[in-house]
Design a protein around this ligand. Sequence first.
Ligand SMILES: *Cc1c(COP(=O)(O)O)cnc(C)c1O
Length: 252
Amino acid sequence: MRAKIRPVTPAPRQIAENLARIRERIAVAAARAGRRPEGITLVAVSKTHPAEKIRELYEAGVRHFGENRVQEREAKSAQLADLDITWHMIGHLQKNKAARAAGLFDVIDSVDSVAIGEKLNQARNPLAAEPSNRSFSTSRLGVLIEVKLDPESAKSGVAPDESQRIGEAILRLACVDLRGLMGVPPYFDDPEQARPYFRRLRELRDALTAHLGASRLPVLSMGMSHDFEVAIEEGATQVRIGTALFGERQKT
Ligand SMILES: *Cc1c(COP(=O)(O)O)cnc(C)c1O
């Protein structure tokens, strides 16, 4: 009797494999620090990658995605509207795009001024919203303050010693919910060298929590593809990973 022809095994899906490997590395880093992996949220950074890849990762179980440009998030939104994604804005936000961002994202991880906080608050306020903006979600918008960890960098973020003043002002806004801090250390080939920067962000968060009120700032968003394990050892509750999940980004 002839053997039945077996269906060809589909090629392993690279993105799902990458995800499994990252989840494993998160778990190992968490265990080293005596932490539980459930305490660490994976934010998949999907900037420059097409909607199909986002859907593939969603189907593999990821629910948090990060984009760094309002237009790009907007361009992908129709194709992904059926998915229950928590969208994070991780790039510098300009004031004139804040209202649009408030309608497209669930969390703005990169707030770096009181003025941006106020614009976001206004956009989420159902009483202040223009009738044409009524379709915007009017639930409170999550925000993180981005702290500049590298004084040499031209990147955005507030100076560490300004974060208390900005935190106090943002806590007074009714329609935004301040949840914690985000930071990007300088790039080092050896991620171990980023450790003091991660530690500094955690200490700043702890000091702000003590000052502003306990349990106010649970989120510490730090760590990317090349340094997330060190960040987890230093207390990250959110890691933002692009390249290690999706592969290299096209240079634009
Ligand atoms: C692009 C980006 C990431 C992801 O970087 P990878 O090295 O690809 O993991 C994380 N955080 C921010 C703020 C980014 O802009």
